[in-house]
Write a protein that binds this ligand. Structure first.
Ligand SMILES: Nc1ncnc2c1ncn2[C@@H]1O[C@H](COP(=O)(O)OP(=O)(O)OP(=O)(O)O)[C@@H](O)[C@H]1O
Ligand SMILES: [Mg+2]
Length: 494
């Protein structure tokens, strides 16, 4: 049988960035095709070419052996190609039914929207996914997992022959994943072809007929799933065996149970994103929590600040249960937080020195802050941290992202917290800035701070952590406390 779809020698660059290099890819009729690779490997870019989102690329795309050049996503749809994107594209203010039929509402003979038909149809489609949702519910009020399912139903039942799902299960619970898989198998039996992109390798191996692995913008291999073990897939993803290990690809853990527990999370559940999750943070240790996007890290940090309503479980500080209702309340108890979205915590229009001194204002003078004093303290830090340019008076927003992150950390150097929680501390940084941040975090640890690092990047975890907990679908998947671990161990556990 000729392939339903082919890419030949496809390359794509964004400005100076080469995102795809000479990629060949085939999709057969009636197959579920898994697509895996590390962050930035080129999975979404390849599929966006097929779905008509990126129209400017080198190489050839063929449908049923005939060369095509799609001009838009709409053009792709009329060629029976539908894609659910990695980022949810729902409209929170519209109803569930309106979202399902976005831009495609059934009309009455008079040309107005046929609401009763739309609601009826939406209810039927959603029921096919095993869900009972009132189609007139406002989308934004549903939990993220249900929003994801509604979004999926839009493309799954659009009648498309080629269905591309980019990370469809990141917010789904295990029973919802099972339900989705049943639908995918049914669609396959109708002869439709499905591309399934996921970081959950077990899911990919369970659902796919064939698997394609990407690494660094190139296709590494396409193989029958039957012939692949999870270890094989991981080896292809990270290129193991081709050359030695690099920095951040392995670590010697040195968790020490003799160190006192400062903060303890015990069996917390919110009924969805966290399931019976426990972790202890010890003084003078960096504890890493590794997991894919959507596996519960964000919710864990929210739970620590009382921002996630918990159904079960306790959080204790120095052995006493606490409820921290805000980051300010937490700070008063010695818990510092640097979120992944650093902009939330910084004042971009204000000069650098104000951003640094903000946490130590109490110590200088609460009401009458002398800029000279603030600047003086900040200047010391700027030198220690090699913040560039080394000027305290310029607006924070004019610094690069990496240097802004250093400012966010600098706040805590003078006023040592008991617990420091860092979400994605080195994301998007260049090598030099990364090294500075790593040095600062380790020095805080060495001064006795209990540090929690939450990250979706194995390298970040392996470079920083003394012990690691892998979180998967809100649960503890594995703990590593001592001894040698490698990136492949983390990927395999998640
Ligand atoms: N619109 C864009 N502009 C500039 N660069 C881009 C754009 N989209 C993707 N890239 C770059 O292309 C490369 C491949 O990205 P892509 O999104 O395809 O990765 P991916 O395999 O889907 O990763 P992930 O698992 O993180 O979703 C990356 O280096 C990315 O930064
Ligand atoms: Mg992607």
């Amino acid at each position: 049988m000729p392939p339903l779809l082919e890419l030949e020698h496809v390359s794509k660059h964004f400005g100076g960035v080469m995102a795809l290099r000479d990629v060949d890819f085939t999709l057969l009729p009636g197959e579920i095709h898994g697509l895996v690779g590390e962050n930035g490997a080129g999975k979404s870019t390849t599929m966006k070419i097929i779905a008509g989102v990126h129209t400017d690329f080198d190489g050839v795309m063929k449908i049923r052996g005939k060369e095509v050049r799609l001009r838009s996503a709409r053009d792709a749809l009329s060629n029976s190609i539908g894609m659910v994107h990695q980022e949810l594209s729902i409209v929170p203010d519209l109803t569930v039914a309106e979202n399902v039929f976005l831009g495609n509402q059934p009309l009455t003979p008079l040309g107005t929207v046929d609401w009763s038909r739309m609601n009826r149809e939406a209810k039927r489609l959603i029921a096919s996914l095993g869900l009972e949702i009132d189609p007139t519910t406002t989308m934004g009020t549903l939990p993220v997992g249900l929003q994801q399912l509604v979004e999926l139903s839009r493309v799954l039942f659009s009648g498309a022959q080629i269905i591309i799902l980019d990370e469809p299960t990141s917010a789904l619970s295990p029973p919802e994943v099972k339900q989705l898989f049943a639908v995918l198998r049914r669609l396959r039996s109708e002869g439709r072809s499905i591309v399934f992109i996921s970081h959950f390798l077990d899911d990919v191996l369970a659902i796919s007929d064939r698997v394609t692995v990407f690494r660094n913008g190139q296709k590494v291999t396409t193989a029958d799933t039957k012939t692949l073990s999870k270890d094989d897939v991981i080896s292809h993803m990270i290129g193991r065996g081709s050359k030695g290990m690099h920095m951040g690809e392995e670590a010697e853990l040195r968790g020490d149970d003799a160190k006192p527990v400062v903060l303890s999370v015990d069996g917390v559940s919110d009924g969805r994103s966290l399931r019976d999750f426990s972790i202890d943070l010890r003084a003078g240790e960096i504890t890493g929590v590794y997991g894919f996007m959507g596996s519960g890290q964000i919710e864990l940090s929210r739970a620590l600040f009382g921002k996630l309503p918990l159904r079960r479980g306790t959080i204790s500080l120095d052995g006493k249960p606490v409820r921290l209702r805000s980051t300010a309340a937490a700070r008063a108890k010695g818990i510092a937080f640097v979120p992944e979205n650093r902009r939330m915590m910084l004042f971009r229009q204000e000069p650098v020195y104000k951003n640094v001194s903000i946490s130590i204002l109490d110590r200088i003078h609460r009401l009458f802050v002398k800029p000279q004093v603030e600047r003086k303290i900040t200047e010391g830090h700027i030198k220690d941290l090699q913040i560039r340019p080394p000027r305290t008076g310029i607006a924070l927003g004019s610094l690069s992202g990496g240097n802004q992150q250093k400012v966010a950390l600098a706040k805590w150097l003078t006023h040592l917290p008991k617990v420091l929680i860092l979400s994605e501390p080195t994301r998007g940084m260049d090598v030099g800035a990364k090294e500075d941040v790593i040095r600062i975090v380790k020095s805080l640890r060495d001064r006795g701070v209990a540090v929690l690092v939450l990250s979706t990047e194995p390298e970040t975890i392996l470079t920083l952590a003394d012990r690691v907990t892998v979180i998967s679908k809100g649960m503890v998947a594995k703990r590593f406390s001592t001894g040698h671990i490698e990136k492949a161990d983390l990927l395999a556990a998640a």
